[in-house]
Write a protein that binds this ligand. Structure first.
Ligand code: SF4
Length: 329
């Protein structure tokens, strides 16, 4: 079987503060295969972004710690790479699109300077001389700019949110990475631009065969754009499977709740929010971490649920499904 682009196994990350370590994510496992979009869903604060930032060592080293687990990129151990090896992978092999393009770009530098930066940083790029600038122009056209030179001359504050996010997508593709981590790439945009940006990302993904890890709180986007997906709650993956199956028939009560919270134009059903909120790290309940918000809570839920496989390729960690797959949580 082909080695996946990204494989994360039982990865637990924590934050260090005042000499104390607080676990943030717990035994997170999933893989992103070559040429697929893998969706990672869940409310804000469930550990999706922390997992991504941790993989790329973008969390502050002084306050974050890998508690256990592994992460491999094309079979290479990401967590044991030294700083230089990591820099060579970051941007060139794996790139990231951040939630807030205006925060990811330097307000004091024109777009051109910022888009040329990756080529200066990765001197082993195959492009030389004026070729990087031409690639930038081509990519800006590719992401929908008719006048790329105007964009290159602009400072971030001169561009709209949608334009900035397009610049960030072009930025992520500059060095032809094999994997893009797209963290809520459309959160800051209105719905029309959201659809344009995601369609564009999907088109580029199909054309280039790049793997995408799409992080979002919106299960509809997962169903529309992802091949497979996982749902995270309070630092844990609670369900995974083919994206469409997950949307049509969510098994975990949390996934069901995420879906019911979305407007449904087919049924005109009024969206129902999940009562309560995601507990912060350090305040995770014992047993099933969703039990104080779950409409189907019952006696066993005060203990940790184990993984079950209720259907082919479907995995769920919930006491409603009793069959253990591998004995792990
Ligand atoms: Fe709800 Fe219990 Fe399943 Fe947790 S284990 S999601 S509390 S039914």
């Amino acid at each position: 079987m082909l080695e996946p682009l990204l494989r994360i196994e039982n990865l637990s990350l924590g934050f260090r503060s005042e000499g104390k370590i607080t676990p943030v994510t717990d035994a997170v496992s999933f893989e992103v295969r070559e040429g697929e979009v893998f969706g990672l869903a869940g409310e804000s604060g469930c550990g999706k972004t922390v997992t991504c930032l941790g993989l790329l060592r973008l969390l502050p080293a002084a306050t974050s710690v890998v508690l256990s687990g592994h992460a491999w990129y094309r079979g290479r151990d990401l967590l044991s790479m030294n700083a230089e090896e990591m820099r060579a992978v970051r941007g060139r092999e794996i790139s990231m699109i951040f939630q807030e393009p205006s925060a990811a770009l330097n307000p004091l530098l024109p777009v051109k300077t910022q888009l040329l930066f990756p080529f200066q940083q990765h001197k082993n790029s195959d492009l030389k001389g004026r070729e990087p600038l031409q690639r930038i122009r081509d990519l800006l056209v590719c992401v929908g700019f008719r006048d790329p030179d105007r964009v290159l001359r602009s400072y971030p504050h001169e561009l709209s949110g949608g334009m900035l996010q397009r610049v960030m997508i072009a930025h992520a593709l500059l060095l032809e990475p094999k994997l893009i981590l797209a963290d809520e790439p459309t959160t800051a945009l209105d719905v029309t631009i959201q659809a344009q940006v995601l369609d564009l990302l999907a088109e580029l993904q199909r054309d280039t065969g790049v793997g995408v890890l799409l992080i979002t709180h919106n299960l509809n986007l997962i169903a529309q754009y992802a091949d497979r997906a996982a749902v995270m709650y309070a630092g844990r993956v609670v369900e995974s499977g083919p994206a469409l199956d997950l949307l049509r028939d969510p098994r975990h009560p949390y996934s069901r709740g995420l879906l019911d919270a979305l407007p449904n134009l087919d049924t005109a059903q009024v969206p129902k929010s999940i009562p309560g909120s995601v507990p912060p790290p350090g305040k995770y309940p014992t047993g099933c971490r969703f039990h104080d918000r779950c409409p189907r809570v019952f006696e066993p839920c005060t203990t940790d649920p184990v993984w079950s496989e209720p259907a082919p390729e479907r995995r769920v960690a919930c006491h409603l499904y009793s069959q253990t797959v591998d004995g792990s949580r």
